[in-house]
Design a protein. Structure first.
Lengths: 557, 155
């Protein structure tokens, strides 16, 4: 970003270089932790696929549901979060060069790691087989709730570190715009802070209850707090993937960001629309009036607008760059794009999957249509073609840029990296299609064995599960290749003579001046909080007024 | 701030599409009553076995081809395990949980609801086609979750 490299910011080149090297190590540690977690999660995922297809039966000492809990927590909460905190640390440190203290950043990483290890050990030991949604009154060991809370608090440290750098930039350069990647990281982290308030509040109910200090739990209140956090969690992944699509992917084809101002508008919209959406996960819950559910369906659909803006901006950036290279038309543009470059191919293949993920999401949010797919394999298919498709493929493709740039070593076996991405794409497409189809036939999710004593309808689900296991195996092989490439880069390659870069693209020179109001992040944060309060005031009041009976805890596994 | 003409067109298309979707859903909700099960009724989850009508779960005939069915979900079974109704019957299900979160779903029908301890869920369906319908718990409830199923026989 031109704005960020002004000479006024440079405070002594040598100290700055040292500070930058330290920041690189911090970001690299986050990214590589995410890589290893993905490996463990994928192994469990493949075994689940085999179990559901009836090819293997997990032993009682390490049963299906324990493995499912580990898979969900490691993939949805740990892999994504570590990658994103690493990506945002990189985005902020790289575009706001300054001599900085890394203390808060490292405290954040270590706290996240302690929380992760604690949670994972408790799950693997079998005392927290509550799946990644940990619905009360299933009562896990208190250490499960402690571990998850510590993980979240660690992300808060990273968020405060990133935001402090953005505040410093704005104070030092009041006339300048916040560099776009830092702006995107900041809006996403503000959204994350607002959203995680919900799950931390839920932990405030669950922890004393799991310790036996309170006799029971308000089940529906804890569910509402969970989903207040649960869907913004999805947008946390998507916004991080969008950061890569907008600002890093164009570098691979020597393109530009389509518009600085419209990118900021899209992220402000995502910040405002991320929280008032949770009830679409609770359409089928008793105790919440249909009117509130309808209201959340409207606000959930609102996210289509920034998504369409993003689709437009990404494809426009492709087309403009292709035109500059003398290519014309749809096919001319598609053929010109660098499909042989793993830094481009991963995110681009992810974009293709996201089109189908978006279609499915519209069905899930459709208030009345959701009844047909709720808690079926359709939903599992949906989140594998979203978080397991565009999000994971984008993170993997970006890792192939980030790991070399942060470690100063060339990518190990780039050809293998490319094969890895295409294998993932094919595997995930097969698995997800099979899951969607099984869901339409009525096959339930989160169930170790769906034969139901040979019931007639249940038999129709079986072929789909075989396909899902096949696709899942391809994805697991792909993850193994990813770990080989990521580890090989560090272990096999020496520091390169010419340091590899993974640079942020600049704005298209035709783009207009960005309105300064978009940079007023404090104001936008307050508006976002107000939107969240407005969206939940009604349903939350209904919960509290119902004076629901408290349910005692139970260990049913 | 300048917005490109084709982007304005694209976003206009998006907004119109959203308006149509919401219009269809809202019309279906108001005119045809297509709303997700949203009953608001509390019950003490520790006293389900003593609370009428769940102290005697089962099928009640209200009128010709009109039934109410009261179910208790408890790890890892539904009570009643089987109900029988003539084809063309409209059955209104009332379900509550005596322990943890459960699901209540009859695949390939519109019967699908969460069963939350402390609350009574309700969903209705007209069974026109004879056959044996599988009724399953579709929310993880513990180690025997995969065994939690019942039957609706339509004759």
């Amino acid at each position: 970003m031109e704005t960020a490299t002004g000479s006024a910011l440079v405070q002594g080149d040598e100290t700055l270089a040292l500070s930058r090297a330290g920041g690189n190590l911090l970001a690299l540690t986050h990214i590589y932790t995410a890589t290893l977690v993905l490996g463990i999660g994928a192994l469990f995922g493949m075994l689940q696929g085999f179990s559901r297809a009836g090819l293997i039966t997990m032993p009682a000492a390490f049963d299906y549901y324990r493995m499912l809990t580990a898979h969900g927590v490691l993939m949805a909460l740990v892999f994504t979060t570590f990658f994103i905190t690493g990506l945002f640390t990189y985005s902020v440190y790289e575009t706001i060069p300054r001599v900085r203290s890394l203390t808060l950043g490292w405290i954040g990483y270590c706290t996240m790691l302690v929380g992760t290890v604690m949670t994972t050990v408790v799950i693997l030991s079998g005392s927290a087989t509550v799946l990644y949604t940990f619905y009360a009154p299933l009562k896990a060991s208190p250490f499960f709730y402690f571990g998850a809370t510590i993980l979240i608090l660690g992300t808060w440290c990273v968020a405060f570190d990133c935001l402090a750098n953005v505040v410093w930039f704005k104070r030092t350069n009041p006339a300048q715009r916040i560099p776009l990647p830092a702006f995107i990281a900041a809006t996403t982290l503000i959204m994350w802070l607002i959203a995680t308030l919900g799950v931390v509040a839920e932990m405030g109910l669950l922890i004393p209850w799991s310790l036996g200090w309170t006799p029971g739990i308000d089940v529906s209140l804890s569910r509402m707090l969970f989903w207040y956090f649960g869907h913004p969690l999805v947008y946390f992944w998507i916004m991080a993937a969008y950061l890569i699509w907008y600002t890093l992917v164009p570098t691979a084809y020597k393109g530009k960001i389509f518009s600085d101002a419209l990118t900021r508008v899209a992220f402000i919209s995502l910040l405002l629309l991320s929280t008032p959406v949770g009830l679409h996960h609770q359409y089928l819950d008793p105790g919440i009036s249909a009117g509130w559910k309808w209201m959340h369906s409207v606000t959930t659909y609102g996210v289509v607008i920034p998504s369409l803006m993003t689709a437009f901006a990404i494809f426009a950036s492709f087309e403009i760059a292709a035109q500059r290279a003398g290519r014309r038309g749809f096919l001319g543009t598609v053929r010109w794009l660098p499909w042989g470059n793993p830094v481009f191919a991963g995110p681009a293949l992810g974009m293709i999957l996201f089109i189908f993920g978006g279609f499915g999401g519209i069905v899930n949010n459709s208030y009345s249509m959701d009844v047909l797919v709720h808690n079926t394999m359709w939903i599992v298919g949906h989140f594998h073609i979203t978080v397991g498709g565009p999000v994971a493929l984008t993170f993997i493709g970006a890792s192939y840029g980030l790991i070399p740039a942060l470690s100063g070593r060339n990518l190990f076996a780039p050809r293998l990296a490319l094969i890895q991405e295409y294998v993932w794409f094919v595997g995930m497409a097969i698995m997800s299609t099979a899951m969607h189809w099984a869901g339409l036939l009525g096959s339930p999710r989160r169930t170790s064995d769906v034969s139901y004593f040979g019931a007639q309808g249940a038999a129709t689900w079986h072929p789909e599960m075989l396909w899902a296991a096949f696709g899942g195996t391809l994805v697991a092989i792909s993850v193994l290749l990813f770990i080989i490439v990521a580890t090989g880069t560090y272990v096999m390659n020496k520091p390169a003579a010419v340091r590899p870069t993974y640079a942020f693209a600049s704005t298209d020179e035709d783009a207009m001046e960005t309105p300064p109001a978009l940079d007023r992040l404090g104001t936008w944060a307050i508006i976002a909080l107000a939107v969240a309060v407005l969206a939940y005031a009604g349903p939350l009041t209904q919960q509290l007024q119902a004076h629901a009976y408290l349910a005692p805890g139970m260990r049913t596994w | 701030m300048h917005v490109h003409r084709s982007e304005r067109l694209w976003l206009f298309f998006g907004v119109v599409m959203l308006a149509v979707f919401l219009g269809v859903i809202t019309t279906a909700a108001i005119v045809d009553g297509f709303v997700p099960p949203s009953r608001v009724q509390t019950i003490d989850p520790t006293r389900v076995a003593q609370t009428p009508p769940f102290d005697h779960p089962g099928l009640r005939k209200i009128a010709e081809r009109t039934y109410e069915a009261y179910y208790v979900a408890r790890i890892f079974s539904f009570t009643p395990a089987t109900i029988e109704v003539p084809a063309g019957s409209r059955v209104t299900f009332y379900v509550t949980s005596a322990d943890v979160e459960h699901g209540f779903s009859i695949p390939e029908t519109g019967v699908n609801t969460m069963v939350t301890p402390g609350w009574v869920s309700s969903v209705a369906h007209t069974f026109n086609t004879p056959g044996t319908y599988l009724l399953i718990c579709n929310e993880y409830c513990g180690s025997g979750h995969q065994l939690m199923a019942a039957k609706v026989v339509v004759e």
